[in-house]
Design a protein around this ligand. Structure first.
Ligand code: ZN
Length: 463
């Protein structure tokens, strides 16, 4: 079955063809570790996880790289402003030293990895930190410089975008419009508004500085992704992903740097995730309205209910966040879980020809259409003609993509208090005191426990 992905470069769904048969190089722009990641950021990582899982489902061997930005990401896209990590040190009242900065970066990186675990996002083969790859970045700049794409201003070493003919290709940019926009205005010596810094100098107050042929300084943000992805995946590789906010500047500049250095096409497929939106627009830290996975857990949500919520929209459509919408996803996920738990407790075999496998593969291979794949999953769960064993085996297979770990689904341990009430109700029922039995049933319902009277006795589940 053809496996198709939507490529931002061509604005088309294309049949995926790897550079090397059976193998895929996958690079995903990672976090700037200066604060908590919010659930909008994590929507992008869930999409990338699904992509990786679908690649593996199609039997590709995936080499997955994610970078960790611990230096050089400035508050402004115009290569000026404060380093986000420096801003974070001030926010948290920490000493303005290199040690404190690296410690802070580690703290938020650890938190990010915990979010991955909670959401069942598979870890990459390589996590690479910007501060640990400065020599590779300097080497890349030297190649770009040798190919005569650079000039110097008071900000640092600048890339001359007018010399790179494909500059506008990924973003379908209108360079005239950029001229009138804000980009580059803060550096008066810049030749073109779209030009950007490769190496930033003349910032003596910056905490982390390295020696380089262009003076003491630090790398521009885009450079780290270009240098590190090529180190681990080669000069040319298959897929590069990120949030759609990166198309216009960050990814455009990454391509420019990589291709100016090598003179070759760099990445074949660019995939971008749409945003998680709140009434004010994109969920973002700068607007202040954001929630983390810890916030969700505190409010009683299973992080996987958030994963399930993300499956209600295709990754290229905006997903509107509200607590009501998350509640609906939570209920649907609980239902999904309970149906599978009940299925597992009664694994009768009744084989019958079916098309679920084919339908599921067709959906995920059609540019990762998870909402359609989930409807196939639900049709399978509700199927009456197929045995539970056959259904469960198919679900285990689909779970390689879905990532819920349904093998681990089990009835929640009932607390002693609840068990006592269940027993009391059983006793009342046996004594034909139906009034009391009903009262206890209602009380349990308020506690989120639903009872079912079956021929085998009373069974309970979480509502
Ligand atoms: Zn990047």
């Amino acid at each position: 079955m053809a496996f198709k992905l939507y490529n931002t470069l061509t604005r088309k769904k294309e049949v995926f063809k790897p550079i090397e048969k059976g193998k895929v190089g996958l690079y995903c722009c990672g976090p700037t570790v200066y604060w908590h990641q919010h659930i909008g950021n994590l929507r992008t990582y869930i999409f990338e996880d699904v992509l990786k899982r679908v690649l593996m489902y199609n039997r590709f061997k995936v080499m997955h790289v994610i970078n960790v930005t611990d230096v050089g990401h400035l508050t402004s896209d115009a290569d000026v402003g404060e380093d986000k990590l420096l801003k974070a040190l001030k926010r948290e009242g920490l000493p303005l030293t290199k040690e404190a900065m690296l410690k802070l970066a580690d703290k938020y990186f650890d938190e990010f990895k915990q979010d991955f675990e909670k959401l069942h996002i598979l870890m990459p083969d390589v996590w690479c930190k910007a501060t640990e790859h400065i020599p590779e970045m300097i080497e890349l700049i030297e190649k770009i410089e040798k190919n005569t794409y650079t000039y110097t201003t008071n900000v640092g070493l600048i890339f001359d975008t007018s010399k790179f003919k494909d500059y506008a290709k990924l973003g379908r940019l209108n360079l005239e419009e950029i001229k009138e926009g804000a980009r580059g205005k803060e550096d008066p010596e810049r030749k073109h508004p779209s030009d950007f810094a490769l190496w930033i100098t003349n910032q003596p107050n910056h905490i982390m500085l390295w020696d380089s042929p262009w003076g003491k300084g630090f790398p521009g943000w885009h450079l780290e992704c270009a240098a590190m992805s090529m180190k681990y995946l080669g000069d040319q590789f298959d897929i590069h992903c990120g949030g759609k906010e990166h198309i216009q500047v960050h990814h455009t500049n990454e391509i420019t740097e990589a291709e100016a250095a090598t003179g070759k096409k760099w990445v074949n497929y660019w995939l971008h995730a749409e945003w998680l939106v709140v009434p004010k627009g994109k969920m973002s830290k700068s607007k202040g309205e954001f929630f983390t996975i810890s916030d969700l857990i505190e409010k009683g949500y299973d992080p996987l209910a958030y994963r399930y919520f993300c499956y209600t929209a295709h990754y290229r459509t905006p997903l509107t966040f509200s607590w009501e919408a998350l509640d609906s996803a939570k209920i649907a996920y609980e239902n999904f879980k309970n149906r599978i738990i009940e299925m597992k407790e009664d694994l009768v075999s009744k084989p019958k020809d079916n098309k679920y496998q084919e339908q599921f593969t067709a959906a995920v291979n059609d540019d990762l259409n998870i909402p359609v794949a989930m409807s196939v999953v639900w049709n399978l769960i509700k199927e009456k003609d197929l045995g539970n064993k056959e259904k469960y085996d198919l679900l285990l297979d689909f779970d390689k993509v879905l990532g819920f770990d349904i093998r681990g689904f089990k009835r929640v341990e009932i607390s002693e208090d609840i068990q006592k009430l269940v027993d009391e109700r059983e006793a009342a029922r046996k004594a034909k005191d139906f009034k009391k039995a009903d009262e206890i049933r209602d009380k349990l319902k308020e506690m989120g426990i639903v009872l079912e009277d079956t021929p085998q006795g009373v069974r309970w589940k979480r509502a």
